[in-house]
Design a protein around this ligand. Structure first.
Ligand code: ADP
Ligand code: MG
Length: 318
């Protein structure tokens, strides 16, 4: 397939939006930003073998490459609008491309994201998606907004994606399809992010691991945090992982990446309202700790002792 044919094929999948004045096909896209809003802009690269296992299907790679970007917008409280796609492909294989586009456009349709441009090159398999969305700058969820005494919350459950990867590596994937699904097809918490704009919250999405991402949030806010180990939300799938002791489970929950849940803070007085909002969203939400003045991130076990995990998170350059 030629580069031109490939771009035409990608274009066929693109969602249409009225604010795309000029999409794929020219030197740049022309896009209309609503009055009073600012653009939330983010970009993420997925490299085969590093950010997803080499055996991941093209559909899942397409899905995940957009999902991780939507998750960044969710963590800003932004409404997704447009995306760009830069593909580095070992060969211009139409079967792979169609499947990739099917996964990508499944999410693009769900969140009404128009693909407005990109780039296509031959090289090792890697996918870079850029995303743009709208947010009122006064209501954006910033990492820097945490205050001493705030509650610390997380959406959904933790550790599932890391356990999915563990199952895959142990070639026990078939017994753990739900965990694998969490690894390959994370659900971006966009609606939750939009809901949280009504509260003055600090937020970050859990991509590198709870402790790593909590540390980013705490640093930006110049605060510390305390996490209660026995409050970390655990899925039934994680709980029933055969041969996993409690220590191993907690390690995966604290340090495993790829959950793409929202980690956020709120004033204590907002607790009931936030809980009610998440009931309406149909999404689990849990208070897992609090924000402290001491600028460290600590984890306490059920007996109130400090829990020191062996691994803190996933650092691509470590
Ligand atoms: P240029 O030479 O100006 O970079 P290209 O030939 O790379 O243009 O791309 C032609 C058009 O196709 C541009 O509008 C570009 O944004 C779009 N495009 C290229 N690759 C992709 C892709 N992988 N996904 C979406 N749009 C793409
Ligand atoms: Mg180009």
């Amino acid at each position: 397939m030629s580069e031109f044919a490939l771009i035409e094929r990608i274009k066929r999948h693109a969602v249409a939006r009225d604010d795309v004045l000029l999409g794929i096909g020219d030197d740049a896209a022309l896009l209309a930003v609503p009055a009073g809003m600012c653009l939330a802009v983010s970009v993420d690269t997925l490299i085969a073998g590093r950010h997803f296992p080499l055996a991941t299907s093209a559909v899942d790679v397409g899905y995940k490459s957009l999902a991780v970007n939507l998750s960044d917008l969710a963590a800003m409280g932004a409404e997704p609008a447009w995306a760009t796609l830069s593909l580095s492909l070992p060969s211009f294989d139409s079967t792979w491309l169609d499947q990739f586009c099917a996964g990508f456009s499944e999410l693009a349709r769900e969140f009404n994201v128009a693909l407005v441009g990109g780039d296509t090159v031959r090289g090792p398999l890697s996918i870079t998606v850029g995303i743009q969305g709208f947010v009122d700058p006064k209501r954006a969820l910033l990492r820097s907004r945490a205050q001493v005494g705030d509650l610390l919350w997380v959406s959904g459950t933790l550790g599932d994606a890391a356990l999915g990867l563990k199952a895959l590596k142990a070639k026990a994937g078939d017994q753990h399809l739900s965990l694998l699904q969490r690894l390959n097809r994370p659900t971006p918490r966009v609606a939750a992010g939009l809901f949280l704009r009504d509260f003055s919250v600090a937020a970050i999405d859990v991509s590198d691991g709870l402790l790593a991402d909590l540390t980013h949030l705490a640093r930006r806010s110049q605060v510390g945090a305390r996490v209660y180990l026995n409050q970390l939300p655990t899925s039934a799938f994680a709980r029933s992982y055969v041969g996993l002791d409690d220590y191993q489970l907690r390690l995966h929950q604290l340090s495993g990446g790829d959950d793409y849940e929202l980690l956020f803070t709120s004033h204590r007085s907002s607790r009931a309202e936030i809980e009610a909002g998440f009931v309406d969203l149909g999404l689990q939400v849990t208070v897992i700790g609090e924000i402290t003045a001491d600028p460290t991130v600590e984890v306490l076990d059920a007996d109130g002792r400090r829990f020191i995990p062996a691994l803190r998170g996933f650092d691509h350059f470590a």
